[in-house]
Design a protein around this ligand. Structure first.
Ligand code: PGA
Length: 251
């Protein structure tokens, strides 16, 4: 890890509006202190309707916030969609794109994901692009093929001066409590970095999938990993704080 670890808290649809309100009202100061004391960068990604709460509570702190998704279109008749421009106007710096759950439930493919990245970059937002294989692909030993294909689809969206943020999340590790072995993860992250570098680009690569208080020690051994995308464990402030403290102890 060559820079401050980047921790993305992906709250998915775990916390309804009132819960986000209570979380942020109760813990904003502690979150801010945690970031300042621990040499990490923290980005909170609540669900769309609560991004305005993140703006209200976090805008004057060292904690950044972002969205979990955006439209592939810039403006127009797209009922239910949220534009990258709106996200920028409400103060987001980051947006997740291509999360495994969106690829699965919302049938997002690489072409759609590439268009979303274009929208975000146009608005100066930083896309956190999620890639990774399904359990089926993993069992077929297709991990590297899938990752290469996903990277090839998105790399032309970036110019070579922009650092990409990639989150490698194997579908079989999300929400299961199972994580890849450190040695396996190290080689996949290195594969991603080499692939990106060979195309004249650069990337920070995060890991996501069952990052919690029990797994962070093993994951922190993966020296090429630049940070973590944390789902369910990040919705509990005590757990998040613990993960950060453990991480600071291990790295
Ligand atoms: P998890 O989710 O930490 O709950 O496994 C991670 C993610 O899907 O981003």
């Amino acid at each position: 890890m060559t820079h401050k670890p980047l921790i993305i808290a992906n709250w998915k649809m775990y916390l309804p509006y009132n819960n986000v309100y209570t979380y942020l009202k109760t813990h904003t100061q502690e979150l801010d202190q945690l970031v300042q004391a621990s040499n990490i960068q923290l980005v909170i990604c609540p669900s769309a309707e609560s991004v305005s709460l993140a703006h209200k509570y976090l805008q004057a702190t060292h904690v950044k916030y972002g969205a979990q998704n955006c439209s592939e279109f810039s403006i127009g008749p797209y009922t239910g969609e949220i534009s990258a421009r709106s996200l920028r106007q409400i103060g987001c710096n980051y947006c997740l794109v291509g999360h495994h759950e969106r690829r699965t439930f919302a049938h997002e493919n690489n072409a759609i994901i590439a268009k979303k990245i274009t929208q975000l970059l146009k608005e100066n937002l930083i896309p956190i692009v999620c890639i990774g294989e399904t359990e089926y692909d993993y069992k077929q030993s297709k991990t590297l093929d899938v990752i290469s294909e996903q990277l090839t689809a998105i790399m032309p969206n970036y110019d070579t001066t922009q650092t990409m943020i990639i989150a490698y999340e194997p579908g079989w590790a999300i929400g299961t409590g199972i994580i890849p072995q450190a040695i396996e993860l190290e080689s996949i992250i290195n594969f991603i970095k080499i692939n990106v570098k060979n195309s004249g680009h650069q990337a920070h690569v995060l890991y996501g999938g069952s990052v919690n208080e029990n797994t962070i020690q093993s994951l922190s051994r993966v020296s090429s990993c630049d940070g973590y995308l944390i789902g369910s464990a990040s919705t509990d402030f005590k757990k998040l704080k613990n993960i950060v403290s453990l991480l600071c102890k291990y790295v």
